[in-house]
Structures are given as C-alpha cells and as structure tokens.
Write a protein that binds this ligand. Structure first.
Ligand SMILES: CC(C)(COP(=O)(O)OP(=O)(O)OC[C@H]1O[C@@H](n2cnc3c(N)ncnc32)[C@H](O)[C@@H]1OP(=O)(O)O)[C@@H](O)C(=O)NCCC(=O)NCCS
Length: 165
C-alpha cells in the first residue's frame, strides 16, 4: 500500500486519536473537547449529508492525520475544510499535502455540479503561520479576513481555491 491508499473514512473508533491530533497541535484545549465531539460524532455517524471525516493511518494504525470537509450551507457548491491536522512528530513530511490533495481529488471527482470551491479558515496568529504558508503553497488564495474573529487580535483568515480550472 502506498501512503495515499492509507487515507480512509473515519469511524467512531478514531475519535480519541483525532481529538489527540487537535490537542497535540494546541488547536483547542481539553476544556473544548465537547465541541470537538459534536463536530466529530454527527458526521461520522452519517447524520449530516456529505460531511466527510478522513483519517490517514500511521504505522500502528492510529490516525496520524485527519481532515473534515463539508459543503458550506447557504453557499453554492462551496466546501469548507473545517479541520486538518497532522501529528506533530510527522509534520513537514508531506502528510498534510497528501491529505489535502486527497480531499481536493474527492471533491473534483464528484464533479463541478457538486463542488466548485474549497475554502479553509485559519487564524492570523503566529501559531498558525505554518498553516498559512501551507495553504498558500497548496495554491489557496488569501481571500478574506474577519478582524478579531477568534478573539482580540486574532483574526479569521479565509483561504480560497477553485476546484476546477
Ligand atoms: C498545517 C499542517 C496540516 C501541514 O501538514 P504537514 O504534513 O506538516 O505539511 P507538509 O509536510 O505536507 O507540507 C509542509 C508545507 O507546509 C508549509 N509549512 C509548514 N510549516 C511552515 C512554516 N512554519 N512556515 C511556512 N510554511 C510552513 C510549507 O509550505 C511546507 O511546504 P514545502 O513542503 O514546500 O516546504 C500541519 O503542520 C499541522 O497539523 N499543523 C497544526 C494544525 C493546523 O495548524 N492545522 C491547520 C489549521 S486550519
């Protein structure tokens, strides 16, 4: 199996490993786990149409990366990559690139009638400088900024990418 083939839909059994990816990357604190549970369980349980959680397995079959993508409500065929994280020990080895390229291919193969644009929202803080560089390098345009969205001095930056030429 090549690395691409190890990407699979998440199951309920992946919840702890995926939460750990977020915690290990300081994306949220332990007090915010309940919010994470809500965005993980309903889509993985198939309760939300088109919502997809993907995981990439490491050597011990524990998720080493995870992504969550869903269509944005009130938009026209625009999808939002709500979550992307790679285990800190595996950063910088192409895992995040393989994950986002996989998600893009999934959406592209669904066709333009289903998916036109992929956006991803991230923070303006220093902690996310690497993530911002990552999205730019993957061909996303920095499209919009909402001041103080996540907190005073912590803007939301929206990255945008067309899925079809
Ligand atoms: C952002 C993240 C998903 C990238 O995954 P990854 O597997 O480390 O990334 P890859 O190895 O595929 O790619 C590395 C690329 O990321 C970018 N990057 C990573 N760290 C960077 C940094 N500190 N500064 C600038 N660019 C950086 C570079 O563009 C690099 O590209 P290169 O291969 O041309 O050098 C991962 O670092 C992560 O999980 N970060 C913490 C969680 C997070 O911020 N998620 C996104 C929130 S919206």
């Amino acid at each position: 199996l090549n690395k691409r083939e190890s990407i699979r839909p998440a199951s309920g059994n992946d919840e702890a490993a995926v939460a750990e990816l977020a915690l290990a990357n300081n994306m949220f604190g332990i007090d915010e786990l309940e919010g994470f549970t809500a965005i993980f369980r309903a889509p993985v349980g198939g309760e939300l149409q088109d919502h997809q959680w993907w995981v990439s397995d490491g050597i011990d079959a524990r998720a080493v990366a995870a992504a969550y993508v869903a269509p944005e409500p009130f938009a026209d065929r625009l999808w939002n990559l709500y979550f992307l994280a790679v285990a800190p020990a595996a950063h910088g080895r192409g895992t995040g690139t393989r994950m986002i390229e996989f998600v893009e291919r999934q959406l592209q193969s669904a066709g333009e009638s289903k998916a036109r644009v992929l956006i991803v929202e991230t923070s303006s803080t220093e902690q996310y400088a690497g993530a911002r560089g990552f999205y730019r390098a993957r061909g996303f345009d920095e499209e919009a900024r909402i001041r103080d969205f996540y907190g005073p001095g912590d803007d939301k930056i929206v990255f945008w990418k067309a899925l079809h030429a």
